[in-house]
Design a protein around this ligand. Structure first.
Ligand SMILES: Cc1cc2nc3c(=O)[nH]c(=O)nc-3n(C[C@H](O)[C@H](O)[C@H](O)COP(=O)(O)OP(=O)(O)OC[C@H]3O[C@@H](n4cnc5c(N)ncnc54)[C@H](O)[C@@H]3O)c2cc1C
Length: 284
């Protein structure tokens, strides 16, 4: 199908984009980034925005930068930018590992990191990454700028804390400790499909014991989140089968799984157990 008629605006500066968005947001105006989620939805007429604010020509939004503490990812940075490490830090390798699980190559060439967060699909690998690492979203509009912690940003199934006139200008991720270990695993029925469950883990070792454990789970609830129960099962334990199984069990017990016509809650709980254990095994 073809989308319903719309007017496309192509601002060249951020200020111009914010002004247009402020004008058109009340008329269901939307930001267009990579278009890899919005355009199919429009083609099926599940969304009929009357105005699109195309941010692809806005100067400076394609920047990736690091100040030595955080990695800043601009609104037009594509998934494919992470095919290679973007920073000399374990975070750079983590992002490479995660990126190759997102969709297919042509989609990764257009879709954006920030667009994934704004879209807030529960199965999004970047949403899981931001939630697990406690990233920060930089939201801008004509009224000013606000910083939103990832844990407050995701408000449910495809719902975020962004106001209708706010543009997600940038995401900031903290760099990892130099000796940080990480692991990622997801389960989907076919490569490139949305994950039915995914897990991202990071931790460090001190005197042979796990410290600073982070265990994030995505695809299983309406938003990705850190699983504190699983982290508690890891901290202070030596890495290995016993700790990894205990953490996986803790995550499976704590999850409140989404259900759909193909995936029962029980099956998803089993998947959470499996992806957390596999992510931890990958990390070791
Ligand atoms: C076949 C297929 C398979 C896919 N598989 C996966 C997958 O495995 N994992 C995955 O994570 N994704 C997957 N996707 C989605 C893809 O990653 C999208 O690129 C991503 O969800 C949205 O990014 P985008 O830049 O394309 O956003 P768009 O499609 O342009 O926008 C999506 C939504 O976010 C809003 N938005 C976008 N950018 C901003 C911004 N800067 N500020 C405010 N609002 C904004 C738009 O208004 C719109 O509502 C898949 C897509 C397809 C078509």
């Amino acid at each position: 199908m073809k989308p319903a008629p719309f007017i496309r605006h192509v601002p060249k500066t951020l200020d111009e984009a914010l002004k247009i968005l402020a004008d058109v947001a009340p008329q269901d105006g939307r930001v267009l980034a990579g278009g890899q989620s919005l355009v199919p939805i429009m083609a099926f007429r599940l969304a009929k925005p009357t105005h699109l604010v195309d941010i692809n020509e806005v100067a400076g939004l394609d920047a990736i930068a690091s100040d030595g503490k955080t990695l800043s990812i601009g609104a037009c940075v594509r998934h494919a930018a992470f095919h290679r490490p973007v920073v000399d830090n374990p975070l750079g390798r983590l992002l490479v590992t995660v990126a190759r699980h997102i969709a297919h190559y042509p989609i990764r060439m257009r879709g954006t990191f920030c667009g994934s967060l704004a879209h807030a699909d529960p199965a999004s690998e970047w949403c899981l990454t931001a939630a697990t690492l406690d990233g920060t979203v930089v939201a801008k509009c004509t009224r000013g700028e606000r910083l939103i912690a990832a844990k407050d940003f995701f408000e449910g199934l495809m719902a975020t804390a962004l106001a209708e006139d706010e543009l997600l200008a940038e995401v900031r991720l903290p760099l990892l400790a130099k000796d940080a270990k990480f692991g990622f695993n997801e389960f989907n029925r076919r490569a490139g499909d949305s994950a039915l469950a995914a897990a991202l883990v990071t931790y460090r070792l001190q005197a042979g014991k796990i410290v600073d454990a982070r265990v994030g789970v995505g695809g299983a609830e309406s938003s990705p989140r850190r699983m504190r129960e699983a982290e508690a099962a890891l901290n202070g334990k030596p890495p290995g089968d016993a700790a990894f199984r205990a953490a996986a069990e803790a995550a499976a017990s704590a999850i409140d799984p989404l259900e759909d016509h193909q995936t029962s809650a029980g099956y998803r709980r089993d998947l959470v157990r499996a992806v957390v254990r596999r992510a931890l095994e990958y990390s070791a």
